[in-house]
Design a binder for this molecule. Structure first.
Ligand code: KG4
Ligand code: ZN
Length: 358
């Protein structure tokens, strides 16, 4: 069974083909990230226009790399939420059109659930040297499975008893952890996206140079990152001796490189510790068979290091290219939906759901 997955919820136009829910046959991603870099974050209008230009070549590339003709494709899976409305529309309308014209079943995928399914890919197409280079876990995670989902738009802990059977244990009450990385990068004058650039700068700094607050939440497994984000801004302001009203965009020029590195390292340690602490608590309470991490921030070497160090069970990580937005995770979840005979979406009426939750 081969499923074509299409993902356009944010600034990546992505399509991929996955076989039987575990074999990666292609993973085409075209990002408009460079166009947003000058603004320090995604500009929805630019993202949507970029998807229009990119979607046809990206879908063609996904089929070509997979060595598939349309006859080989058994179904189409598409992200219908959560995400930016204008961006989601392009992917959903493309998938709807293809499902009608090529006469394929259509599966509507929740983006956040999709992220988790990147962890089910264990093999890649042998004919493709590029795909062979992906580092994938040796086997699929077992249920019950604890999933930490950390991205630019989401920070969630969920317990999966089985496919499509999960409980949301907690989530962020304000900013997502990736958003905090992106804002801290802005304060420190580091490039967008902030996760990789803050992570890189942090390598030169002392993670214990500054103590920053960890939010105490009423919900046991809930997160909050807005206080930490503000604390970093105040720390940077205190370091350069300007008051809080000073525009944050001018701060970076006044910070020395060692100051930036120490702030980046201290922030990263606390942000990552916050999600690892709750993952540990959930692990102890629910004793899952497996733990997975998903979403863009799951690419963070510091998150992987802290989790591996603290978890008493072995944990596998997927390739960082499958942590950030991609079509393969959407196709993989589509495979499981088809395998389990789950309802298909109506290609004549599937709507987007920008605020879809888990
Ligand atoms: O999953 P994703 O591509 O998009 C959303 O669904 O939001 O996640 C993007 C987020 C950004 O905030 C980015 O800064 C963060 O993931 N990110 C990282 C890394 N790569 C991307 N954070 C930490 N370390 C990384 N290597
Ligand atoms: Zn995402």
């Amino acid at each position: 069974m081969k499923i074509l997955g299409i993902e356009t919820s944010c600034d990546e136009t992505a399509a991929a083909v996955v076989e039987d829910g575990h074999r990666l046959l292609s993973n085409a991603v075209l990002s408009s990230m460079d166009l947003h870099a000058a603004y320090g974050g995604v500009v929805p209008e630019i993202a949507a226009r970029s998807h229009i230009e990119a979607i046809t070549p990206v879908v063609s590339e996904a089929l070509h790399t997979a060595g598939c003709a349309w006859d080989d494709i058994d179904g189409i899976a598409v992200t219908y939420g959560a995400g930016l409305g204008g961006s989601l529309l392009i992917g959903v309308l493309t998938a709807r059109t293809l499902a009608i014209v090529k006469d394929k079943p259509l599966y509507a995928i929740n983006h956040v659930e999709g992220h988790v399914y990147a962890n089910f890919l264990t093999e890649s197409r042998a004919e493709s040297p590029e795909l062979r280079a992906y580092s994938l876990p040796a086997r699929q995670p077992e249920f019950p499975m604890l999933a930490l989902i950390v991205s630019g738009g989401h920070s969630q802990l969920a317990l999966f008893r089985d496919h499509s059977d999960y409980t949301l244990l907690g989530q962020t009450r304000d900013d997502a952890i990736g958003e905090a990385f992106d804002k801290v990068a802005k304060v420190l004058g580091l490039p967008y996206p902030g996760g990789p650039s803050v992570g890189k700068k942090a390598l030169e700094g002392n993670p214990r140079a500054f103590s920053l607050p960890k939010a105490k939440m009423p919900g046991k497994y809930d997160f909050s990152f807005s206080g930490l984000k503000t604390a970093v801004l105040r720390l940077a302001q205190a370091q350069v001796g300007k008051d809080y009203a000073f525009p944050s965009s001018g701060l970076a020029a006044l910070l020395s490189e060692p100051q930036k590195a120490d702030i980046a390292a201290s922030f990263q340690r606390v942000a990552v510790e916050t999600v690892v602490d709750k993952t540990m608590m959930a692990y102890e309470e629910f004793q899952p068979q497996s733990v997975v991490i998903a979403g863009g921030v799951a690419a963070s070497p510091e998150l992987r290091r802290q989790l591996s160090e603290r978890l008493p069970c072995p944990i596998s990580y997927t390739d960082p290219r499958l942590c950030t937005d991609n079509g393969a995770m959407i196709a993989t979840l589509g495979c499981f939906k088809m395998l389990h005979g789950q309802p298909t979406a109506n290609p004549y009426s599937l709507d987007i759901a920008p605020n879809l939750s888990m």
